[in-house]
Design a protein around this ligand. Sequence first.
Ligand SMILES: Cc1ncc(COP(=O)(O)O)c(C=O)c1O
Length: 382
Amino acid sequence: MTEPFALAAFLARWGASIRHDLAASESETTPLAELLAMADAEDAERWARLEFGYAHPRGAPWLRETIAKRYHGLEPADILCCAGAQEAATCIARALLGPEDHAVVVLPIYQPSEQAITARAPTAGVALEERGGEWILDLDRVAAALRPNTRLILTNFPNSPTGAQLDRAAFDALIALCRARGIWLVNDEVYRQTDRVADERLPPVADLYERGISIDGLSKGFGLPGLRVGWAACRDRDLLTRALLAKNELSSCLAAASEVLAQIALKAEAPIVRRNRAIGRRNDERLQDVLRRLPDLFEPAPSRNLAFACPRYVGPGSASAFAVSLARGAGILVLPLGVWHSPLAALPADRVRISLGQLRSGPGLDALALHLCEARRPELVA
Ligand SMILES: Cc1ncc(COP(=O)(O)O)c(C=O)c1O
């Protein structure tokens, strides 16, 4: 039986009563009027003439053309648009896996993505390890987890909640491991635009590997999760056709309005992402200040992503109890890493994920600092 979605359950339990949401991982959103003001003449015309018949099952050709340009040598036929990155990951899992197959998932990972895999095939989990302040993927452990029938490895780099990113050599080595055995490498790349050091950004896996599948979308760095626009990009058109069959059971097609708004946002990526990264940097400075002032509660460490930080909690009690007491006592929502737990591997639970990506994260961080500096510490943990 599928385990309950722990992150959603935590949000459902505490979300309604909070005053400061520091749990989100999406960047600042853009209101409709601002987005429309960024439209070029072609897309303004598309918006004005929008009709609400069924949209193209794979995504509008012009939208897929814009998406395909994000990859080297891909064409619209190499893109399958889905209702969010999560649906894209699910469709790919359904297209690739059957009960006779085996899969490997690198953890922690968004729980519905993990479950899209575990629902289809026996799965091994390989946990990222923290060594000397860096998150490492031990490739020997990945290799040891493989079986002759391993068909797919699922990763999420840049990673949530840890912010971990592979360097190019490690990514190449992972691809080489997959290539040697014909294993598909599915990388959830939704946090690409919020990585800390854009100069070190990895190319999408679909650019590097003929069996690489890039999962991406507008939910995180673009700050547009409500559009529900994601996609899978890869060089195998038969696979995308099989993924489309899976999608037929789910959402059929994107919302026609979302297609046009996504097209506008993709063309306006530079200003949207520049603004969102600047918000993340400002909030990270605030967070670093909070961490410095509270060394008995948090281990100071640089944030690895501009949408969220993942500091280690070293105060009294567990990180989960701390997060609950913060929600209950101060109306501030952060996510304890326990909500990423997995039956596949033991994962660190001594951290919290804290939003950095939104304008409201700033006042939230100020409220966090005020509460933690002024509150009597023994009362913090229930
Ligand atoms: C790693 C990861 N992948 C996918 C998703 C879901 O993305 P979408 O809303 O585009 O389906 C999330 C949401 O938090 C996520 O963290």
